[in-house]
Every structure is written in C-alpha cells, then in structure tokens.
Write a protein that binds this ligand. Structure first.
Ligand code: MG
Length: 300
C-alpha cells in the first residue's frame, strides 16, 4: 500500500487563479507536448506498464513531444536516464526535468549572484549542482555559503543537518527542491523526504524555506514551456495525483490529465473539486484520445 504524500506548507504562493469551469480547456486540442509524471503513470515501482512503450511510439508518430518529470531530487538527471534505459525507454537528457533542475534554473534566474551553497542532498544532487557551476560549501562555520538548499537527502547525516540549521538560523536564503514529506515506497519503511527534513529545520530554527519548488509549484511546467517555446495550452500534465500533478497543471494554466493507474481511484477523481480536465484509465486510453484529437484537428 503506497503512502499518501502530504505537501508541507509553502511559503511562496504565486498561484494563478483557475479559470471558471465553463471556460477551461477540456480537450486535447492544441496539445503539442506532454509532461509525464513517472511513478504511477509510466511505471509502478520497478515495473513499466505494458502500455507505456506503445504510447511513447504513438507520441512520436503524432509529433507530440514529451518530458519525464519528477519531484525526486535524490537522483540526478543522469541517474534517471540510466533507470529509464534499464526499463527500456531511450530518453534524451532534454526529456527529463527534475526538481534539482528546477532549483538550478530558479537560482540562475532569481539569484544570479548566488554561487556558494550549503546543500543537504545526495552526492548525485551535489554533483549535478556542481556541474551547473555552483560550489558546495563544507560542513564548517568557516566556509560560509550564500544560500542553503535542501533536497531529498537519502544520505543525510546529523552534523550536516545541524550545519544547515546554523546557516538557516543566520538568515541565509533558504530553498527546498520539493515539498513531499515522505517518498512513496512498497518497502516496509518510511522514506523521510525533503519536506520532513525542512520540518526538522523549522522546529530547530523557526524558519520554513523561502521557496519550495517541485510539484505542485508551477515552476517545473514553466521550465518545460520555456525549453520548448510553448504556451500553457500546448502542454498537458499527465499524472496520477490530484494534489500535485493536477494542482500544478491548474496553477500553470496547462491541461491536466489524470491517469487511474496510480494513487487516485475513479471515485476520488469523480469527487475532485476542481475536476481534472481529463480523466483516463491509463496511457492507452490517452493515446486514443490524442489520436482522435489530432484527426479532428486535421479535419479527418
Ligand atoms: Mg506519480
């Protein structure tokens, strides 16, 4: 049984109000790119859904682009590409968007002078940020960072948690890659995620992060729109969670497509307020609807 992820309070609220229901785009008309959630959407745990590869082939034939998207900042984009390749999906680096990449773009755009970071993250995350030109400061009061970044640190050690609290308490700009308190798992454990690490820092210092990226913040969709020069109505966010995937689509003004192959059951989808733009049983049904929409667009 997968655990439900409860988003932690967010300190940044630049939420675009949802249009009135009657004006929302309920069709796939105009969609040229899909942002694909991974767990629960293209695979479950380590098992790829049977419909995923035929669906990706169909997207290619239809000329619809796609980007795989994840909140999980414990693995680098390169790690994810390797994981996808093992599952039989040959993705290019440009087809992946993680909350670490969202953090890199956020820092570059909003804090261009910040280079030196104290990072609570895995070696993979730290390596990815170093590759983007950031300097990871040491666990030392003498190695002063310009900001603190917290990710899903599956290698968390007490001394580094204390050092992060030290800099947070001293008022350094403080950013988190995503709000998830726990990471879903089928294993007999609780995977303490970025949001819970931030909650520990909040207890110690009284501060939540200044900015929390990752779903449901629309920054990841904005990043994909920017990469591909698209308007929000050209992009459909496809995912299995109402409170992250569908909430992010709504906030970004993109089309929200809920698949019922993951966390959300059909009854919950029917009761959802506001409802997703489209609910499908899985990727096979979405493929049919995309093909129909394309045929209508072509006047066939
Ligand atoms: Mg999911």
């Amino acid at each position: 049984m997968k655990k439900r992820v409860v988003p932690m309070p967010q300190t940044r609220r630049r939420v675009r109000p949802a249009p009135p229901k009657r004006e929302r785009n309920h069709s796939l008309h105009g969609v040229r790119h899909l942002a694909l959630d991974m767990d629960g959407t293209i695979y479950s745990g380590g098992t790829l859904f049977a419909e995923t590869l035929p669906f990706l082939d169909l997207l290619k034939r239809l000329g619809v682009g796609h980007t795989f998207l994840t909140n999980n900042s414990s693995k680098s984009a390169r790690d994810y590409l390797t994981r996808l390749r093992r599952l039989g999906i040959a993705a290019e680096p440009g087809q992946l968007y993680t909350s670490t990449q969202a953090m890199i773009e956020h820092l570059r755009e909003r804090h261009p002078a910040v280079r030196r970071l104290f990072i609570l993250g895995t070696p993979s995350m730290i390596e990815e940020m170093a590759g983007a030109g950031f300097v990871s400061t040491a666990d030392s009061a003498g190695d002063e960072p310009e900001a603190v970044v917290v990710g899903f640190d599956t290698t968390l050690c007490y001394a580094r948690l204390c050092r992060a609290a030290w800099w947070v308490e001293r008022g350094k700009p403080y950013f988190a890659t995503h709000p998830d308190r726990v990471c879903p798992t089928d294993e007999p454990t609780v995977l303490v995620d970025c949001g819970a690490i931030c909650a520990a820092l909040k207890e110690a210092t009284g501060r939540w992060p200044d900015v929390v990226l990752g779903k449901p913040d629309p920054c990841m969709i904005r990043g994909i729109l920017c990469r591909h020069n698209l308007q929000p109505h050209n992009l459909a966010m496809v995912g299995d969670r109402l409170y992250t995937d569908m909430a992010m689509a709504r906030r970004a003004g993109a089309v929200g497509v809920l698949v019922l192959t993951g966390e959300t059951k059909a009854q919950e989808a029917q009761r959802a307020v506001p409802p997703p733009d489209l609910v499908v049983s899985g990727l096979a049904e979405l493929g049919k609807q995309l093909r129909n929409a394309r045929n209508r667009d072509d006047g066939k």
